[in-house]
Write a protein that binds this ligand. Structure first.
Ligand code: FES
Length: 166
């Protein structure tokens, strides 16, 4: 074998998967080629919506209009600890009524569409949009100073809360 062919052979072996190289050399291994990514299940449990790309566990998944929240996830600790949360990523206001009951509302203020200025007034059971101070009752019926805040359907299964945005 001349020097040029030896260099080509070396280059080939450097560029192929080691298993293929071993097989090429007559060595059999029960192993497949893998780049080490692309087929890894990181256990994050996210497979919907496209906003959880890369397997990152954000504590919720999306499927069409349905947003399913893991109530035990640290991203929802405010809901757990304070009883309400502005889930601004999905423009949803979440309110804990009891250990087995939650309500969900649009997080977009009906007045001028702001979704980042919410606070909750527990004594009057109202969400208040700090942008212009309008308030919204949380019974899904009674108008506050800004009218009625749209309610979404929720269903609870264990620690999984599904909100249907429609
Ligand atoms: S945008 Fe919320 S009160 Fe005006």
């Amino acid at each position: 074998m001349n020097r040029k062919n030896q260099n080509k052979r070396r280059e080939f072996l450097n560029n192929v998967c080691p298993t293929v190289a071993m097989a090429f050399l007559g060595v059999s291994l029960l192993e497949s080629c893998s780049s080490g990514d692309g087929d890894v299940d990181n256990g994050g449990g996210n497979n919907g919506g496209g906003n959880n790309g890369g397997g990152t566990d954000n504590g919720y998944t999306k499927n069409g209009n349905d947003v399913t929240i893991n109530l035990n996830h640290s991203n929802f600790s405010k809901l757990k600890n304070d009883g309400w949360q502005n889930f601004y990523q999905e423009k949803i206001l979440l309110l804990k009524i009891s250990s087995s009951s939650y309500r969900a509302f649009t997080g977009t203020c009906p007045h001028q569409g702001v979704h980042t200025a919410w606070s909750y007034n527990g004594s009057s059971s109202e969400f208040v949009c700090g942008q212009h101070g309008n308030s919204y009752k949380t019974d899904c019926q009674t108008a506050g100073t800004g009218g009625v805040l749209k309610c979404y359907t929720t269903s609870l299964s264990g620690t999984s809360l599904k909100v249907t945005k429609s």
